[in-house]
Design a binder for this molecule. Sequence first.
Ligand SMILES: *Cc1c(COP(=O)(O)O)cnc(C)c1O
Length: 372
Amino acid sequence: MKIATNNLKRQYDLYADEYEEAALKCLRSGWYIMGPELAHFEECFARYIGTDFCVGVASGLDALHLAFRLLEIGNGDEVIVAANSYIACVMGITMNGATPVFVEPDCFYNMDAAKIEEKITPKTKAILAVHLFGQACDMEQIMKIARKYSIKVVEDCAQSHGNHWNDQSVGSFGDIGCFSFYPTKGCGAFGDAGCIVTDSEELADRARVLRNYGSNKKYYNEVVGVNSRLDELQAALLRVKLSHLDEMNEERAALAHRYGQEIRNPHIVLPSVRDGADSTWHQYVIRVKQRDKFIDFLSHHGIGTMIHYPIPPYLSEAYRYLGYQKGDFPITEQQAAEVVSLPVYNGMTGEEQAYVIETINAFEADERDYDS
Ligand SMILES: *Cc1c(COP(=O)(O)O)cnc(C)c1O
């Protein structure tokens, strides 16, 4: 049996008729950028998250870039972010000229809220809460700290569409919530797309101006903006996807539940969910000390895996100029060396999952390597 880590074709097939109908309608309408489909999707998505406004943009990275720009965070400012985040989170900060300040993750792979306060300086302007792998950060602690120091909170929800902290949707806690609709994300488009959500009318209005060359009225430009628009076709398709998001999240939760129940191997550390948090199981991330051997073993049996992420952003070539070294964030580095993401996709069959579980349970680590 061959099982890829992800399978977008399966997901497409689940609701193919609806996507095709929505796409054709849009194609035949003759209106492709900044039209009724975008307005409709923005309204539906804001309602879904529980914020007053949603502004569609061209990608998740653009959403982050614009979020910090809207909050006027840039040169000389610091933003606190988890050291194990995806590199785009850090780019959203540095593209604005601000400096990322890293915090170690906890055992749920999210920012360890107990380690935030020691990183706060007079330059700290915001916390970027990244809800990694689909699980909500501890928003109670993060919001408490932000209020105490009067700093902003931006949420990166690119991996956690429809996820909650204490029954409130992520993206609705901070000043701005940022989403990516990259195809593999929980609410994925069929190309690049993203959005920001906020309760601030002023921020939403300025975001609408910024995404469209800094113009509200055609050919009258108030500020130097960017071209970052969510097109009509993607908006139309995303509206269909959004209408099925809860069922898709439930389907992945059931897959995650089964992994949790049936994977039995002393060499594997299974993921857990914090009290108060939900997970949409964007990734099912386990840890294995002998990772290379484990990946080879699964691959030999036709099972694909991924590593999210092999190199923490502060050790990547791109951020060499920040001056960090190996050993600066030991928890992050240990996770980076041991994490493996298992296949968990909509449309995965029970038979496929049984095969993955059976294969994993048959994996035997080499004891000698363990001791060394
Ligand atoms: C995917 C992702 C992004 C970037 O989104 P794009 O749409 O690919 O630009 C940002 N942050 C996180 C956590 C992501 O997973």
